[in-house]
Ligand binder design. Structure first.
Ligand code: ADP
Ligand code: MG
Length: 146
């Protein structure tokens, strides 16, 4: 999947479309620079689970925010994680998967060999408000058919 977003609303809509395709146990790993639009995309994804987008703020300070939706929705922000051991310290590995849907900002912090099976999505800023949202783990045909 490779989509162009023209603005924040577009990214929110794409997030919603990704969100409604997710199943319990899915882990979405978001990659992209500060201001790329990761949290904006997460808001759209959360709305697919009935979570008001205003409830979803930057999770940088809480690191793991869990919303009591069905399935539970976890918004994780690893910006402050500096070492691999910190992932264990915050209970990262116990938190993700299971019956929940998890979305991780700053997935760059996770060692590559530990992120197998994650749905990896990269957001790249273009000129002005243009963003490219790309994932090799989301099939564009499935996308068009749903
Ligand atoms: P991140 O979580 O990656 O740091 P945020 O979603 O918090 O990024 O912020 C993205 C910023 O860029 C917001 O201020 C948003 O209004 C702006 N923006 C401009 N164009 C877009 C776009 N196409 N998609 C998402 N955000 C955009
Ligand atoms: Mg963010």
């Amino acid at each position: 999947m490779r989509l162009k977003s023209a603005g924040p609303e577009d990214t929110g809509r794409i997030g919603f479309e990704i969100g409604r395709r997710l199943k319990p146990g899915d882990v979405v790993a978001l990659y992209g620079d500060l201001g790329a639009g990761k949290t904006t995309l997460v808001r759209g994804m959360a709305s697919a689970f009935g979570i008001p987008s205003g409830d979803v703020t930057s999770a940088s300070f809480t690191i793991i925010a869990e919303y009591p939706s069905t399935p539970p929705f976890l918004h994780i922000d690893l910006y402050r994680i500096e070492r691999e051991e910190d992932l264990e310290a915050i209970g990262f590995w116990e938190s993700i998967g299971g019956d929940s849907v998890s979305v991780i900002e700053w997935a760059e912090r996770i060692p590559k060999e530990d992120s197998a099976g994650f749905i990896k999505v990269r957001i790249t800023a273009g000129p002005d408000d243009v963003r490219e949202i790309a994932s090799e783990d989301i099939n564009e045909e499935d996308w068009n058919n749903l």
